[in-house]
Design a protein around this ligand. Structure first.
Ligand SMILES: Cc1ncc(COP(=O)(O)O)c(C=O)c1O
Length: 457
């Protein structure tokens, strides 16, 4: 039985797929402080113009420059596996496929956009990038990409992950990147937060504020900020995942997929796998598309669809997205990459328009699923990825109870070899579930109540 399908480098997609071209209603524009849509030049101190053009593009296909394809060839195309051993252990009639993004140099899907963003910045004459990182996957990915292009990279890593995953910093250093814990004393916003909350575990919202401040305060004009998720151009760069998966499913002989499942933090891993299938769904295909998030940070499942800032210091424009409030500091769960208050506007729109059905799962169920996966398929998943696996197991068990044969595809977004602290605590029974209480949710949403509302459409 075939359990893996590879593609050749020649078969790799040559264009990125832009879902903005096909959504039933046009994407809502980001708003400036005055409540009016921002113009591209307002973003120019933060991003290079070539990426800003991609951000606002509604072209369906955008060619991948050869220079980026050559960098992607270092690890792509990634294999599509059939998880036969997991299927057998679950006794399910479901067929389970997973797209393995853990084989990239940094260990996840993140380098797919890191090499693209670094390349466009370099084309624009930028010498140094600043960024945030949650789990450390994104900071490693951007450090790797900058090292390929001879650029400098500065990473603000959320404090809790910095402490939980010390070797991520060493990976970044190995690729020439510089990593500090956030909040740090290097920025105004970092110092302000440290004064008020010296023991804060940090959040992606804080780290983004620090990285943006560090970029725009460089008077040489040679530094820009790079975001590892959320924005439209990041979703775009990840769509090679879903495009490859489609070709590989066809090589497995599959004509139809019933469920597409991926974890969602800022949304890029989910978008990368799912958007090409969302297109099929818009064109009439019957597919259940499921983004999975932690119950402790339930952006898509419990937050309102609203305009909010992407960061704590409100430096970013207002984005139309599901948001728990920009000041939300999620509990210190181990899936650091899923601890974000907001969600990609494009992913948010697919949920608001009923194209995707989000689900939240608690961390203990996720670790149990991760261990089942490691003991059957062999690869130790990242804590973020384990959310997708837990949802896959729920679906596969449902298929067993109902006696239906179905085809499930999921995104194996990264390995967990740098995340073993969480496994250690899990085996010692020291991990807890954290469900967000209604009172905490209401308190957090205070920060968005006076912001512009999303218009009814
Ligand atoms: C392994 C892994 N999977 C998924 C995610 C979620 O990120 P996003 O939703 O932005 O793709 C992350 C983020 O750090 C990650 O490291």
């Amino acid at each position: 039985m075939t359990t893996k399908v590879f593609l050749t480098e020649e078969e790799m997609p040559r264009s990125w797929y832009n879902l903005a071209a096909d959504l039933p209603s046009p994407p809502l524009p980001p708003l400036g402080p005055d409540g009016n849509p921002i113009t591209p030049d307002m973003l120019a101190p933060v991003f290079p113009m070539n990426l800003i053009e991609q951000e606002v593009s509604t072209e369906r296909w955008i060619d991948i420059p050869v220079g980026i394809l050559e960098m992607l060839h270092r690890w792509r195309p990634s294999p599509l596996h059939r998880a036969v051993h997991l299927e057998k252990a679950l006794g399910t009639p479901a067929k389970i496929y997973f797209k393995n993004e853990s084989l990239s140099p940094a260990g996840s899907h993140k380098p797919n956009t890191a090499v693209a963003q670094a390349w466009y910045n370099k084309e624009f004459g930028i010498k140094r990038l600043t960024t945030e990182t949650g789990a450390g996957q994104w900071g490693s990915a951007l450090s790797f990409a900058c090292s390929l292009l001879g650029m400098e990279c500065k990473v603000f890593m959320v404090r809790i992950s910095f402490d939980q995953k010390p070797f991520r910093k060493v990976m970044m250093q190995t690729w020439g990147g510089e990593c500090v814990a956030s909040p740090s004393s290097e920025t105004n916003i970092g110092r302000e937060i440290l004064e008020k909350m010296p023991d804060t575990p940090g959040s992606l919202g804080i780290a983004i504020s620090e990285a943006v401040e560090a970029a725009v305060s460089d008077e040489s004009g040679q530094t820009r900020y790079s975001l590892g998720s959320v924005l439209n151009h990041v979703m775009l760069h990840q769509t090679i995942i879903g495009q490859e998966a489609k070709m590989q499913l066809a090589k497995f002989g599959e004509k139809k997929v019933d469920s597409v499942i991926a974890c969602a933090g800022g949304g890029s891993n989910f978008a990368g796998l799912a958007f090409p299938f969302v297109n099929d769904k818009i064109n009439g295909a019957d597919i259940d598309i499921i983004p999975v998030e932690p119950a402790s940070c339930p952006t898509l499942t419990r937050a309102p669809y609203a305009y909010d800032h992407g960061d704590v210091a409100r430096m970013t424009p207002l984005l139309a997205m599901y948001s728990l409030g920009h000041g939300f500091i999620p509990p210190a769960i181990h899936a650091g990459g899923l601890r974000y208050h907001g969600m990609s506007p494009l992913v948010s729109q697919t949920v608001a328009e009923g194209l995707c059905n989000p689900r939240s799962i608690n961390q203990l169920e996720c670790y149990k699923a991760a261990v089942t996966f490691a003991r059957t398929e062999g690869i130790i998943p990242a804590p973020e990825t384990s959310h997708a696996i837990a949802a896959v197991i729920q679906e596969a068990e449902k298929a067993r109870e109902e006696g239906v044969e179905k085809t499930i595809l999921f995104g194996f977004s990264g390995h967990g070899l740098m995340d073993l602290k969480g496994y250690q605590l899990y085996f010692a029974n020291e991990l807890k579930d954290h469900e967000l209480s209604e009172e905490d949710l209401i308190a957090s949403l205070e920060s968005i109540k006076d912001l512009p509302q999303i218009p009814h459409r």
